[in-house]
Design a protein around this ligand. Sequence first.
Ligand code: UTP
Length: 409
Amino acid sequence: MTFEQAKKLLEEKGQAQLLRFYDELDETQRKTLLDAIGNISWDFETALANPVDLSGKGRDIQPIDGLSLEQVAERKAEFESVGVKAIQDGKVAAVLLAGGMGTRLGVDGPKGAYDIGVTKPLYIFEQQMRNLAEVNEKCGAIVPLYIMTSDKNHAQTVAFWQEHNYFGYPETEVKFFKQDMAPAVDYNDKIILERKDLPALSPNGNGGWFVSLMNAGLTEDLKKRGVEWLNIYAVDNVLQRIADPVFVGATIVSGVNCGAKVVGKAEPREKVGVLCLDDGQPNIIEYYELTDEMANQKDANGNLAYRYGVILNYLFRMSKLEEIARQRIPIHIVEKKIECLCEDGETRKPDKENGKKFETLVVDLIKPMGSVLPFEVEREKEFAPIKNKTGVDSVESARELLKKNGVEL
Ligand code: UTP
């Protein structure tokens, strides 16, 4: 993009402040800035003009049926044999969502490269790959792995995997792709400058992963391999079971477009999104959308009616993903601390929130998928999220859970 084109575009958009320091920049910096302006995705304007209604008002929310732990246990052998066969037939791939910034954990670089070991190193990526290795061994096959990164951590992530020899995986079975970046704005909706030659850009949330996979040309690769199901999972759960044959089999047998691993809520007001029926369609509602009455509502067996908390482990039918790929999903506006250029010309992260970021979320894919199977798993065995350094959902709590599951730290 030329300077004139950028100037015209930004004046039209009311964002001319991005060129404030243009005259001070050298040629390389000018190019950096103009390229970044050319790459800005303007979807955020839609989000600002039509914010997502999170109130839940006027919607008919109802509990959804799923497979409870007992029901899964009763049919385990049947589900497992279907799942193992699908994996052996090459119909299942895994997609690791690792494009997040891990700001709460507060480390530079990819969250998966975080060492959770105590007496010896154990990286989050490594711990997750141990599980995938078990599945591969059981099935006598290799589940291909696709890893989503972002501009902020791509080079470091790829280097880390290379350095660690892909954690024992064949290199040909691991592919990386980058998600898109979205600009961050201040409270006057002006795009923030991170440096004189760079607008503040951050990963655009985990909801756009399939479009990014498509844009990277990897859906062709998946089709060539005959993959029909994609198991999406988050980098932060160190007890994550990936391509779990029982889960895969249950989802296939149920004839749905999507399986969702869920844990029973620990208490009615636990801060997790829960699966439900929303105007007759499966959906996930966030904890703040549940009224007290709904949060405490019981079913005929005396269990919480809205008890299936999601843990970011989904199995998606690929043909349905392709069908809905270009459908718009809501863009969420989140207040964050955004690194910005200060008066003294230095880039710093502020102490408190100074603006808004725009994110799409994987939970918003459930509704367009049209049908979902909530598949209950044991929390203590499959859910050890690392969001913070200490306290709830932290390195400390995850270490405790790993130990309980016999992992040596
Ligand atoms: P979180 O919502 O916990 O976000 O991501 P985060 O960026 O890792 O952490 P905070 O909020 O900055 O502390 C849940 C999963 O979605 C991925 C993350 O890498 C994690 O696996 N994710 C999140 C992406 O892949 N891209 C994004 O833009 C955001």
